[in-house]
Structures are given as structure tokens and as C-alpha cells.
Design a protein around this ligand. Structure first.
Ligand code: ATP
Length: 747
């Protein structure tokens, strides 16, 4: 099954692009990945029969073989469809007009154009192929273009959008209908208020940011001021719009921003309100509109200045390029250095630049061993990886959708290769000397300055460190710094990564990065992540050699309570975690997954039903569930028995601990009290895998019939054997014969 889909909360442009895409992919079904905005819902009411749009619940996701993705290429905007994009066997075609961002989906086919509307991309193809369209379709496509280009007035509008609109008009697009949908749903009061706001617009420029303030006064409350402000933003094409409206005895302030430098959430918090970076509101008791407006202007000015001085700091620093000294390579084995040199030579032969980037460079400069080779190629990364695999006799895997490939060499060393793609919205910034814009664009999309450095591998520049963003300085100062103010908003997994790197290297976020992280948390950004991604990050944190400091940090940032409101880090949990490294060292390491030991400890304060909720939320209820089963039992009682001074028979010990994972046993053994540790060790080394002296075959030979008695008798035999009451096969048979008679009398 082929589907055409777009981002969740579909707007007119995405709807128009989806319908237009069907003209090119006539066999595909239109499916919304999530909900649709109010105007689209309204439109659907009277057009559902010809649009034929399905919802996710109407289709069987397993039948999808091809996804045509329009008006987005960000996985996190696809709701439940997101994970399918990465599934092998599903072909993906992408049509989008948004700026490039970190880890965009790359499909088998990609049509990316920096233009005003996604619908325009399809209208151009439809025109070129001379595919006929109805006037109804022309009207919808035109509405898509008008919505996303503010009726062709936004700065992002291009000649292509205007030409497409012109052509659609010639095909019968009805501008009256378009206008109706653009301004639909407004009540008379809202229309009046919108007009009053439009008549009041004041334009300000603050630190280069264009701000519009609209104000009005009405006696009755008017609903949905935010919707009206949204329209102003669409019309005005400025950095931010604020509306200040007195309704009766209250003043409502709504702000919307499209600029990284204007965080309306942060601004309106000062007016007693709240919200996100891009949308926020406040309600103030009182009637002095002028005073509120002046205070607002002061706050906006103050906050933009603050962002400016702190925020963009890492951007556009002069590039530093210095050759690494021999001693800098001391943590890298010679054969890997030779390999990197030979990769550089091969790249030069292919006339492309190749760099090793990210964690490898960071750890190289820190003197920490790290053989994760992440290469970035200015050129076709997949083709270069294939060439390396051929020449170095390695195996090759490619992930065409992401423009990346991996090569695994015969000695198991893995090399990941990424393509530094050209930025569509490239700025006219001066080109650096040793690396092209595309490398810089690749690095700027990384999380922290310390992870955003590269080392060139081509001769004669082998070993040249490329550090656009002062990563080396931050490494020296032990500072974790984001590349730009919207970093945590763009990708909230960086919140977890920040905590992990801070504690791993004993670094600290600079105060601005920490503030941005806290803002992102306050704005609920973690909720935008899929549970798989959150779970993955938590596993990474718990897999660090000593996860406790990072867990403490998560607790103090209140991240733990986002996983479950009752999840807390108690003193008891801290004590157990402190003892875990010793406890883990006493168990054979191949048998255990360390992160699970820490996860059990972390969750040990929850009751079984809360634990169940967390296991389900974090997707640990599949193959891992058994390992956590201790938390679903009355383990405190088990612990008391283990601790007690009273003798515990081996058979009782075995029964007590039977079925518990080694991870759970380590958790139980970590508080050094009573006989706990020795008993657990006794169970693990002697009791948990004993072979019974008789087998099922022996039982059959003795004339027992298979049935429920069987296992009861074997249980008894096992207990007797564990307690040393039975030592030979003969004794075992004798025991069975006797207890067999006993069972029969019981029946
Ligand atoms: P570790 O040492 O734990 O393996 P790492 O950062 O070295 O961490 P990866 O997580 O594989 O290893 O990431 C490799 C590189 O990719 C990072 O150094 C960083 O440059 C970039 N990166 C990874 N995740 C993100 C992200 N969420 N946002 C931006 N850049 C990222």
C-alpha cells in the first residue's frame, strides 16, 4: 500500500500538497498522520467525499510499502508514522519546502525546494506533465499557497509560488472560496477585534528584531485572541507579534514569535503568564492598557538583549584550524591512525574532502580512548563508504534515507560515514579555508560545541583541527555549550545528552545553556519526544560507568518526575546506587546488563502498579520485563529474610530467589547487611542451576504417569537434594517412590 501523508496537525498547505501529490501518485491513499487544524477540519466537512482522506486508525500500518511525505521531513512531526520511516523495505519519497535541519529524513527520492509553499512544488510538476486538474482542486492548491505565503506577501514567497498561483487561477481557482477559508471561523466579535487590532499596529525594531504590537479595548470577553494573533503573524512577516487587549476589567496579552531571539514565553512569564518560545499568553487584572504596553516593551527589549549577549555567542566565530600534535593522537592505536591517513588519501583521489567528527575528536582532545569513527564527507558519503568497503574488504550497509552508510572492517572496526549536504538556505558567510560550507552546516547542527569539531583527513592537511564554535576552548574550561538558543527546542534529547556529558566528564553547562535547558523543560519539550527516544536516552545514562551523578542531576532538574510523577530519588536509593559498583564487581560481568541493575534500583521506591506503568511507558515491558520482575514482588520481605540471623535452609533460599534475574540479585545484594551477600552468592554459585538426580525418563521407567503430580514430586525432590538429604540417584528414586505413594493417598 502506498500512502501520502504530511505532518501532524495538517494545515491548508499540507492538505493541498497531499491532494496535489495524488495527481502524481494516483494509486496512493491520503492519510493524516495526526489531527488537522481548525480551518482544515472545517474544509473537510464539506469536501470529505472527493478528498477521501483516511486517518491512521483506518489503515493497517503493516501493509504500507511506500510513503510519500509532503510538507515536512522531520520524523518527530509524523506521530505514529515516524518509526515506519526507518523501517527497511518501506520506500520514502520526500517533497518539502522547509529549511534543512539536523537529521532530516532523506528518502529514496527527495524534492526539496526553498519556496513559500509545499503545494507549489506539486503544481509545478502537474503543469510540466500537463496533468489536468478540476477547478475544485485548483482552488484547494491555491488556498495552500495563499496560507503559507500570507497571500504571497511573506518574505519566504518566491516567484515560483506567484507563478503557480497565477496558473491555478487560470485553471479556475476561486479566490472568493480561498478567501472564505482563510478568514473562516471568525465570529463577528472576533472580526471586529481583528480589525481594531489591525488598525492599531505599532512597529518597533529592537536589536534588529522587528516587533509588532497591536492593542485594542473591548468591554466583553472575546474568545480565541490567540487565533487572531496568529493571523497577524501570518500577515506581518515580522520576528514577533504581541497583542495587548483590555476585555472588561482584565488585560490579555498574547505573543507569537518566529525568531530564535524572541522568546515570547520568557517575556510573558514576567507579565505573570507563560507559554512556549513561540507562543505564550498572560492575563493581567487591571485596566491600564498603556502601562501594560510600556512594561511589555521594556521586558521585550531586556530579554532580546540578554539572548543576544548570551545566545548566539557560539555562532560565526572565526574558524580555528590548527594541526594536532603527535601527542594528541596518543590514545589512538597506530593501525587506526594509518587507516585514517589512508582514508584521507583515498578521498583525495576521489577529489572529495573527508573529516572525522564528533565524539572521536572530543575524546581525542581529552585524551580519552574512543574508536567510534564518524566521518563526514563533503560529497556523496554513501558512494565513498562503498568505495572504502571495496578497497578495505569491509562489509557495507547504507541508510539511503539518511544519506549515511557504515563500513565494518575485517577487524570489526566500524566506520560511519555521513554526507554533508549543501544547505539550501546557505548564508553568504565567508567560506572557511580548509572546509566547505557543507561541513560547517553539518557541524552547526550538532548538539554541543565540544561535539562540533572536525579533523581533516586529506593530505597534506591530515590532522587539521577544524573548530568553528570554540569547542576546544570549552573542552579546556569544562563547559558544555549549545550551538544556538533553540537547540533544546529543536531536539529535546539533547537535554538528556547534556546531563550525560556533564557527569561523564565532570563538565558544567554554561549558565546560558543551563537556562535554555530549564526553559525547554518548563515548556514541556520532553513531551514532544517519543517514548522510545526518552527510553533510549535513559538507558544510555544508566549505562555510564557511574550513572549516579547523572541520576541525581535528572532528579534536581525534575526530569525523573516526568517519567513518572512518583519517581523520586530517595536517600535509600542513593545509598544502594553508591554500593552498586562493588556489588556488580562480584558477579560475572557477561551475565548482566549493568543499566538494568541501576534501573531496578531507580524504580525500587515505586509500588508494583507504578512500576508496571513505568515499564510500559519506557518500553521495558518486552524482553526486559522478566529482569524487572523483582519489583513486582514483595522484595522487601525477601530482603528481610536474606538479612535475618535465623538459619535459612538451602531449599528455602532457592525458593526465595528462584526466577530472579542476576540484575535483581545484585540489587538485593548491594546493601551490605546481615548475611545477604553470602546467601545470594551461595544461591548463585551452588543452588540456582542444580541438576536433579533423576530425569523425566527415570520417572516414566518407574511407572509414573506424566501429570500435575510430576512437577510437585520433582519440586520436593529438588528441595531434599538442595538440603543434602538426598545424595545419590538410588536415594532419589527411593524418595520418589515413597512420595509417589503419599501423593496417591492425597488424591
Ligand atoms: P558517546 O561518547 O556516548 O558515544 P557521542 O556523542 O560521542 O557519545 P553519538 O551519540 O554516537 O556519540 O553521537 C555522535 C555525534 O553525533 C556527536 O558527537 C554529535 O556531534 C552528534 N549528535 C548525536 N546526537 C545528537 C543530537 N541529538 N543533536 C545533535 N548532534 C548530535
Amino acid at each position: 500500500m502506498e500512502i501520502i501523508t504530511s505532518h501532524t496537525n495538517a494545515d491548508f498547505d499540507s492538505l493541498a500538497a497531499m491532494v496535489a501529490a495524488r495527481k502524481i501518485y494516483p494509486d496512493a491513499i491520503l492519510v493524516f498522520s495526526g489531527s488537522a487544524d481548525a480551518s482544515v477540519k472545517q474544509y473537510l466537512k464539506s469536501n470529505a467525499d472527493w478528498l477521501k482522506i483516511l486517518h491512521l486508525s483506518d489503515i493497517n500500518l503493516k501493509e504500507i510499502t511506500k510513503i510519500i511525505l509532503v510538507d515536512t521531513r522531520e520524523i518527530h512531526r509524523l506521530g505514529e508514522l515516524g518509526p515506519l520511516i526507518e523501517k527497511p523495505g518501506i520506500e520514502v519519497h520526500v517533497y518539502d519546502h522547509h529549511p534543512t535541519s539536523y537529521r532530516d529524513i532523506v528518502g529514496e527520492k527527495n524534492v526539496i525546494k526553498p519556496i513559500g509553499s509545499a503545494a507549489t512544488i506539486f503544481v509545478e510538476i502537474i503543469r510540466e506533465r500537463k496533468i489536468p486538474i478540476t477547478s475544485q482542486e485548483a482552488t484547494l492548491f491555491c488556498a495552500g499557497i495563499y496560507v503559507d505565503t500570507g497571500s504571497l506577501t511573506f518574505a519566504t514567497t518566491t516567484a515560483e509560488d506567484a507563478e503557480a498561483a497565477e496558473w491555478l487561477l487560470k485553471q479556475g481557482a476561486d479566490l472568493q472560496v480561498v478567501g472564505e477559508y482563510l478568514n473562516r471561523n471568525l465570529t463577528e466579535e472576533q472580526r471586529n477585534l481583528l480589525n481594531a487590532l489591525l488598525a492599531s499596529l505599532e512597529y518597533k525594531t529592537m536589536e534588529g528584531q522587528s516587533i509588532v504590537i497591536a492593542s485594542a479595548e473591548v468591554e466583553e470577553y472575546v474568545e480565541d485572541l490567540a487565533v487572531l494573533v496568529h493571523r497577524l503573524v501570518d500577515r506581518e512577516s515580522v520576528s514577533a507579534v504581541f497583542a495587548v487587549v483590555r476585555m472588561g476589567d482584565r488585560i490579555y496579552v498574547v505573543g507569537r514569535s518566529v525568531s530564535p531571539l524572541v522568546n515570547v514565553g520568557e517575556i510573558l512569564v514576567e507579565q505573570g503568564g507563560g507559554g512556549h518560545h513561540t507562543a505564550a499568553s498572560a492575563c493581567i487584572k487591571g485596566t491600564d492598557l498603556k502601562k501594560t504596553k510600556n512594561e511589555l516593551l521594556e521586558t521585550i527589549d531586556k530579554k532580546i538583549r540578554r539572548r543576544l549577549t548570551l545566545g548566539i555567542e557560539a555562532f560565526e566565530r572565526p574558524q580555528r584550524a590548527s594541526i594536532l600534535k603527535i601527542e594528541d593522537w596518543s590514545t589512538v592505536p597506530n593501525h587506526v591512525i594509518d587507516l585514517l591517513k589512508s582514508i584521507g588519501e583515498r578521498a583525495s583521489q576521489a577529489s572529495i574532502n573527508v573529516f572525522v567528527v564528533g565524539g572521536f575528536v572530543r575524546d581525542l582532545l581529552l585524551g580519552v580512548k574512543n574508536l567510534d569513527l564518524d566521518l563526514v564527507v563533503e560529497g556523496d558519503g554513501i558512494a565513498f563508504a562503498r568505495l572504502l568497503a571495496d578497497q578495505l574488504k569491509g562489509s557495507f550497509f547504507s541508510f539511503e534515507k539518511f544519506g549515511t552508510a557504515s563500513v565494518v572492517l575485517p577487524d570489526h572496526l566500524k566506520i560511519d560515514v555521513a554526507t554533508a549536504r549543501k544547505e539550501f538556505y546557505a548564508r553568504p558567510a565567508a567560506l572557511p579555508e580548509v572546509a566547505g560550507t557543507s561541513l560547517k552546516q553539518d557541524l552547526i547542527r550538532r548538539d554541543f560545541s565540544i561535539n562540533g569539531m572536525a579533523v581533516k583527513l586529506n593530505p597534506p592537511d591530515f590532522g587539521q583541527l577544524i573548530d568553528f564554535f570554540n569547542g576546544q576552548r570549552d573542552l579546556q574550561h569544562g563547559v558544555l555549550r549549545v550551538m544556538h538558543p533553540l537547540s533544546f527546542i529543536d531536539d529535546p534529547t539533547r537535554i538528556f545528552r547534556a546531563v550525560r556529558f556533564e557527569e561523564r566528564y565532570h563538565f558544567r553547562m554554561d549558565s546560558h545553556t543551563e537556562k535554555l535547558l530549564k526553559d525547554a523543560l518548563r515548556e514541556g519539550m520532553i513531551k514532544h519526544l517519543s517514548m522510545e527516544r526518552i527510553s533510549n536516552e535513559i538507558v544510555l545514562i544508566l549505562s555510564e560507568p557511574n550513572p549516579l551523578p547523572a541520576v541525581r542531576r535528572m532528579a534536581s532538574l525534575r526530569i525523573l518526575s516526568l517519567i513518572h510523577p512518583d519517581l523520586k530519588l530517595s536517600q535509600k536509593t542513593i545509598e544502594i546506587m553508591e554500593a552498586l559498583p562493588d556489588a556488580i564487581a562480584k558477579f560475572p560481568s557477561s551475565e548482566i546488563e549493568r543499566w538494568i541493575v541501576y534501573a531496578i534500583t531507580l524504580l525500587s521506591g515505586l509500588n508494583p502498579s507504578q512500576t508496571n506503568e513505568v515499564l510500559t511507558t519506557l518500553r521495558w515491558s518486552g524482553k526486559e520485563k522478566d529482569k524487572f520482575s523483582i519489583l513486582l514482588s514483595d522484595w522487601r520481605k525477601t530482603f528481610q529474610t536474606l538479612q535475618s540471623e535465623n538459619p535459612v535452609k538451602p531449599s528455602a533460599l532457592s525458593k526465595l530467589l528462584e526466577g530472579l534475574s542476576p540484575e535483581a540479585l545484585i540489587f538485593l545484594s548491594s546493601p551490605k547487611s546481615g548475611h545477604t551477600l553470602s546467601r545470594i552468592q551461595q544461591y548463585w554459585s551452588q543452588l540456582h542451576k542444580i541438576d536433579l538426580l533423576v530425569t523425566g525418563k527415570d520417572l516414566v521407567a518407574m511407572g509414573f504417569k506424566p501429570g500435575p503430580d510430576y512437577s510437585r514430586m520433582l519440586e520436593k525432590l529438588k528441595a531434599a537434594q538442595l538440603d543434602g538429604e538426598i545424595k545419590t540417584k538410588e536415594e532419589a528414586k527411593e524418595f520418589l517412590r515413597k512420595s509417589g505413594d503419599h501423593e496417591k493417598t492425597l488424591d
